[in-house]
Write a protein that binds this ligand. Structure first.
Ligand code: SF4
Ligand code: MG
Length: 329
């Protein structure tokens, strides 16, 4: 370890949160998201062994190999990552569960799993690395490809896209955000906020596939997203309340204290968006989409709904430490 590298409260450098060298294509958005996860975990001084990273199948689902090398990990079956997280969370609720998935893994084969993880408010951060195509199988359109968008070698997509934040809102998600792999200043605080959220936290991250879907006719290209991203505002994540030192504009900012005591400062949220009102969030998403924009940032949060553990009254102790009479009262 180089002595000049900054260390966090645990004495770890950012390198302590990295994983293996990436084998993804140079410039793939997924590597930037991995970098944002590393940065968020380092800045929050999280213990890597208290994090479990899980994924399905796809280029995106290979990504957990490239971050948090000292955490728990499970690369599962296509679209079935939420079931594995559910089982793991039931056995040990004290880990931070970080699921990584792709648009094919989530919006096609994994749609049922995605829907029911949301409906149960499963305690997890669910990051979709969304490039609108099946990168691992050479760039076919996925269910999140926009109508009329065309990948490098494809015809314009004739079908409408599934909008994952909109769908998650309809399913009752308690934390919904969207970001862009090329905007770490926005993405890192959103990841921190999602990690402190109690319940299911979705971050849909537009993450261009440079090999198959970064051309001028694609709505998931770097150029298109940079031109059409429309931020709801900014989120500052403050781990401890007493660290707040700066002022904010009245009427355009809010402070929210999370269950773990951290504070979110929401600044300059769009005038027509109340991120604590589901209907308002749905309307803001639709207004943005129908004007050809991509709404990013925190879209909705409900920090007070019961999570899966509260609903089922699960024990805080791992299952393997419980006596038989605890399991069968
Ligand atoms: Fe990334 Fe696309 Fe390459 Fe897969 S094929 S690693 S999604 S750039
Ligand atoms: Mg994809």
């Amino acid at each position: 370890r180089h002595p000049s590298l900054p260390v966090n409260d645990l004495g770890y450098t950012r390198a302590d949160y990295e994983g293996a060298i990436s084998t993804l294509c140079a410039g793939c958005g997924h590597d930037s998201i991995s970098g944002s996860i590393v940065r968020a975990c380092h800045e929050l001084s999280l213990e890597p062994h208290k994090i479990a990273k899980l994924s399905g199948i796809g280029c995106s689902s290979k990504s957990p190999t490239y971050f948090l090398g000292k955490s728990h990990g499970f690369n599962s079956v296509h679209g079935r990552m939420p079931s594995v997280v559910t089982g793991a969370a039931m056995a040990n609720r004290d880990l931070l569960y970080l699921g990584v998935s792709g648009d094919g893994d989530t919006a096609s084969i994994g749609m049922g799993q995605f829907a029911h993880a949301i409906r149960r408010n499963l305690n997890m951060v669910y990051i979709v690395m969304n490039n609108g195509c099946y990168g691992l199988t050479k760039g076919q359109d996925s269910a999140t490809a926009d109508e009329g968008s065309a990948s490098k070698k494809g015809d314009p997509n004739p079908f409408g896209a599934i909008d994952l934040p909109g769908l998650a809102l309809q399913l009752g998600a308690t934390f919904v955000a969207r970001s862009f792999s090329g905007d770490k200043e926005q993405l890192v605080p959103l990841i921190k906020a999602a990690m402190s959220h109690r319940g299911f936290a979705l971050i849909d991250v537009v993450s261009p596939c440079v090999t198959f879907n970064n051309n001028s006719a694609s709505t998931k290209s770097y150029e298109f997203v940079r031109e059409h991203a429309e931020a709801t505002g900014t989120v500052d994540f403050v781990p401890m309340r007493e660290e707040i030192t700066t002022s904010y504009e009245p009427g355009h900012s809010q402070e929210v204290t999370m269950h773990d005591g951290s504070v979110l400062r929401l600044r300059k949220m769009a005038e027509d968006l109340d991120p604590f009102d589901r209907g308002s969030a749905m309307m803001a998403l639709e207004a943005s989409r129908s004007s050809g924009q991509i709404l990013t940032g925190l879209i909705y949060m409900d920090k007070d709904s019961a999570d899966l553990h509260e609903v089922l009254n699960t024990s805080r102790r791992p299952l393997n430490t419980l006596a038989e009479e605890d399991l069968c009262p």
